[in-house]
Design a protein around this ligand. Structure first.
Ligand code: ATP
Ligand code: MG
Length: 632
C-alpha cells in the first residue's frame, strides 16, 4: 500500500497491495481526470475496442438534447460484438455460459455453441415473420434459452421486451400490449424453491386479452402438461429441429441509435415506463463499465445473481460479459434451496471469482447466520458487488468479512434502468466506505441540488443529479418521448434528475439515501429512509426494515417502522421500545420512531426492493395504486 495514501473521513477500507497489484486500473484518479477533460476522447477510445461495420461520424451528437445520439452515423450490432467477433479468435472454444438448474442439472455453452444456437433461433424468429424493428416479448425462467432468445432477437434487429418471469398476468398483459408484440417466447415453467412456476398458464391468460399476439414459442423446461393452442403455440425444440433453423444467420447491421430493447421499470414508484436502449452507445457503456468496475479477465468465472429480466441482468449477465468475452454463470433457482448454503456451494463447486448481487439477498442470507457460508471454500472469490438499493453498512461489513474474508473489495454500483450502465461506482483500487457507492464513473459528474437548483453543502441531503451525458443513456421512453424529457430533464434544464435523494461527503463520495418520494420530514428535518433502516438493522434482533413517514399533528411527519426479526427473536412491547431507543441513540432523539411494527414480510417488488408507497397507502387506508409488480 502506498505511503502517501490520502486520508478519507469515516470508516474506510483501503485496497490491499494484492488488489492493487492485480488491478487493471491502478491509478483511478489519473484516469478519472483524463476522462473528465476529454469525455468524447475517453468514450471514443472505448468504442474503438469493439467492432463497427461503419465508423461513427461523431462520438456524441448533442444537437437535440435531451435526445443525445452516441456514435451517430456508426453501424454495428451488439451481437456482432457479443458473439460474431469471438468466433474468429481462440474464444470460440471458451465457455461463454455456465448454467446450473435448481435441481443441480448443468449446461455449458462455448462461444461457438452459443453462437450456433442463437443463429438457429434467429432463423426461427425470421420464419415466424419477425422483422427488423418488431417487438418480441420474452417471459421466461432463468434458463439458457432466455439468453438465446434475447441475442437472437437482437441479431435480426428486432427489439426485445423481457418481462420478468415472476410477474403476474396483469403485468405481463400490460407490457405485451404497450409493446404490441406479435411473438411471445416463454417456457412451460421454471423451478423455484422446489416448485414449478407455471409460466405458460400465465401467458395463456395474458395473451387471451392481447390481440396483437400471433405466435407463442414454448421452451420445455419442467415437462409438466401445458395446453398448446394449434396454430399459435409451438415447441422451441420442434422449431429448432427444422431445416430452416440453420446454424448460420447473418447479423443485421444496425444504426448505432437503432433500438435494441425496451425494458419496463419495476414500478417501485408508480406506473411502469418502457425504457428504450439502443445498440451502439449502450454496447460501449456496459462494455467499459464491466471491464473497469469488475475488472473482468479471461480467467474469471463471473456471476451476477440477478435475473435476466432486470436491467442488471440485461447489462451484466447477458450483454456485458459477452462483450468482454467472459464466462458468465447463471443459476436458475432460489438462494436458499434446498438449504441456505446453496449459493456458497455454487461458488465453491464452480470456482466463481466475482459475485454481484443485491442488498436484499445479502440481508436475507445473513438471517441464517455465518455457519452456512463457513462450511464452504470461498477462496476463489476476488471481487464482490451490490446493486438495487443502498446497502446498509451492517450488511456491507458482513458481506465483506464473511463472504469476502476481508480480501474482496465490494463494488457498490448505483445506477438505474434508465442509465443502462453503472453511474456511481468504485473500481477495485478505490478506498471504500460501507454504504457509499463512492464516486461517479469515469467521465461522469454528479451533484446534489436543492429545490431551487443550488448545490447543497457537503453532508447535506438533496436531489441527486448527473451533469454529463453517458453512452448507455436511455434513448427514449417507448411511445412517449415527451415523458422522458419531462420526467428526467426538466427539473434542472440540461441535467439528469435521477429521482433519488443523496448526500456527498467531504471526500466527494456519494451516499444515496433513498428515493426523493420516500424522504421523511420530521419537525423540519429531512431524513432519508436508508439511514433509519440501516440503524434498525444494526440492532441484533432486526433482519430487515422499512421506514415511512406518516402525517403527524405536531411534527409534520412521524417515523413509522416495519421490522422483520432475525431467526430466534419474538415480538414484544419491550423489544419495540428497545428498537426505538436504539434508533434514537444512533441518529439522535429527533429520529426516535413513533411506532415500530413487527411483521412477517415486507411488500417488495419482484426484484426485491421495498415498496414503501404500498406500506404508506396501507397504513392510511388508501388505494395501493399500481401493484402489478408486487411480490405475493
Ligand atoms: P421504478 O423506477 O419503476 O420505480 P426502480 O427504480 O426500482 O423502479 P431500477 O431502475 O431497477 O427500478 O432501480 C433504480 C433505483 O434503484 C435507483 O434509482 C436507486 O433508487 C436504487 N439503486 C440502485 N442501485 C443502488 C445502489 N447501489 N445504491 C443505492 N440505491 C440504488
Ligand atoms: Mg426508478
Amino acid at each position: 500500500m502506498s505511503e502517501q495514501r490520502p486520508t478519507f473521513e469515516g470508516e474506510v477500507f483501503y485496497p490491499s497491495a494484492e488488489v492493487v497489484a492485480g488491478a487493471r486500473v491502478k491509478d483511478w484518479e489519473a484516469l478519472a481526470r483524463r476522462a473528465a477533460n476529454d469525455l468524447t476522447g475517453f468514450w471514443g477510445a472505448e468504442a474503438e475496442e469493439l467492432e463497427w461495420t461503419r465508423k461513427w461520424d461523431k462520438v456524441l451528437d448533442d444537437s437535440d438534447k435531451p435526445f443525445f445520439k452516441w456514435f451517430a452515423g456508426g453501424q454495428t450490432n451488439i451481437v456482432q460484438n457479443c458473439l460474431d467477433r469471438h468466433q474468429r479468435t481462440w474464444r470460440k472454444n471458451k465457455l461463454s455460459l455456465v448454467w446450473v438448474g435448481e435441481k443441480g442439472d448443468v449446461r455449458t455453452y462455448s462461444y461457438f455453441a452459443l453462437n450456433r444456437d442463437v443463429s438457429k433461433f434467429a432463423n426461427v424468429l425470421k420464419a415466424m415473420g419477425v422483422r427488423r424493428g418488431d417487438r418480441v416479448t420474452i417471459y421466461m425462467p432463468r434458463v439458457p434459452e432466455i439468453v438465446i432468445a434475447m441475442l437472437a432477437s437482437a441479431k435480426i434487429g428486432a427489439v426485445h421486451s423481457v418481462v420478468y418471469g415472476g410477474f403476474s398476468v396483469d403485468a405481463l398483459q400490460g407490457r405485451i400490449e404497450d409493446s404490441e408484440s406479435r411473438v411471445v417466447i416463454t417456457a412451460d415453467g421454471g423451478f423455484m424453491n422446489g416448485k414449478v412456476v407455471e409460466l405458460k398458464r400465465t401467458v395463456d391468460d395474458a395473451v387471451r386479452r392481447c390481440p396483437t399476439v400471433e405466435t407463442v414459442i414454448v421452451v420445455q423446461r419442467t415437462g409438466h402438461e401445458v395446453k398448446m393452442e394449434a396454430g399459435r403455440d409451438y415447441w422451441y425444440h420442434d422449431l429448432m429441429k427444422l431445416p430452416l433453423a440453420s446454424g448460420h444467420c447473418p447479423t443485421e447491421v444496425m444504426e448505432s441509435t437503432d433500438p435494441l430493447y425496451v425494458l419496463y421499470t419495476s414500478g417501485t414508484t408508480g406506473k411502469p415506463k418502457g425504457i428504450v436502449h439502443a445498440h451502439g452507445g449502450y454496447m460501449v457503456g456496459i462494455y467499459a463499465t464491466l471491464k473497469y468496475v469488475f475488472d473482468v479477465k479471461d480467467e474469471d468465472r463471473y456471476w451476477c445473481a440477478a435475473d435476466p429480466g432486470w436491467v442488471t441482468g440485461h447489462s451484466y449477465i447477458v450483454y456485458g460479459p459477452l462483450l468482454c468475452g467472459a464466462t458468465t454463470f447463471m443459476y436458475e433457482g432460489a438462494p436458499t434451496y434446498p438449504y441456505p448454503n446453496r449459493w456458497w456451494h455454487l461458488v465453491e463447486k464452480y470456482g466463481l471469482t466475482i459475485l454481484y448481487t443485491a442488498p436484499t439477498a445479502i440481508r436475507g442470507l445473513m438471517r441464517f447466520g455465518e455457519s452456512w457460508p463457513n462450511r464452504h471454500d470461498l477462496s476463489t472469490l476476488r471481487l464482490l458487488g451490490s446493486v438495487g438499493e443502498p446497502i446498509n453498512p451492517e450488511a456491507w461489513k458482513w458481506y465483506h468479512r464473511v463472504i469476502g474474508k476481508g480480501r474482496c473489495p465490494i463494488m457498490d454500483t448505483w445506477w438505474q434502468t434508465e442509465t443502462g450502465m453503472f453511474m456511481i461506482t468504485p473500481v477495485p483500487t478505490m478506498p471504500l466506505k460501507p454504504g457509499s457507492a463512492t464516486r461517479p464513473f469515469f467521465g461522469q459528474e454528479a451533484e446534489i441540488l436543492d429545490d431551487a437548483g443550488k448545490p447543497v453543502p457537503d453532508g447535506e441531503e438533496g436531489y441527486l443529479v448527473l451533469k454529463r451525458p453517458w453512452p448507455a443513456m436511455m434513448s427514449t421512453i417507448y411511445k412517449d418521448p415527451e415523458r422522458m424529457a419531462k420526467q428526467y430533464w426538466s427539473k434542472y434544464p440540461g441535467k439528469y434528475t435521477a429521482g433519488d435523494a443523496a448526500k456527498r461527503d467531504k471526500d466527494g463520495y456519494f451516499w444515496v439515501i433513498g428515493r426523493t418520494d420516500d424522504v421523511i420530514k420530521v419537525s423540519g428535518y429531512r431524513l432519508g429512509t436508508a439511514e433509519i433502516e440501516s440503524a434498525l438493522v444494526s440492532h441484533p434482533a432486526v433482519a430487515e426494515a422499512a421506514v415511512i413517514g406518516l402525517p403527524h399533528e405536531v411534527k409534520g411527519q412521524a417515523i413509522h417502522c416495519y421490522c422483520l426479526l432475525r431467526q430466534g427473536f419474538k415480538p414484544s412491547p419491550e423489544l419495540e421500545d428497545e428498537v426505538k431507543q436504539h434508533v434514537a441513540t444512533h441518529l439522535g432523539p429527533i429520529v426516535r420512531p413513533e411506532k415500530v411494527t413487527f411483521v412477517d414480510a415486507l411488500p417488495k417488488t419482484r426484484s426485491g426492493k421495498i415498496m414503501r408507497r404500498v406500506l404508506k397507502a396501507r397504513a392510511q387506508g388508501l388505494p395501493e395504486g399500481d401493484v402489478s409488480t408486487l411480490e405475493e
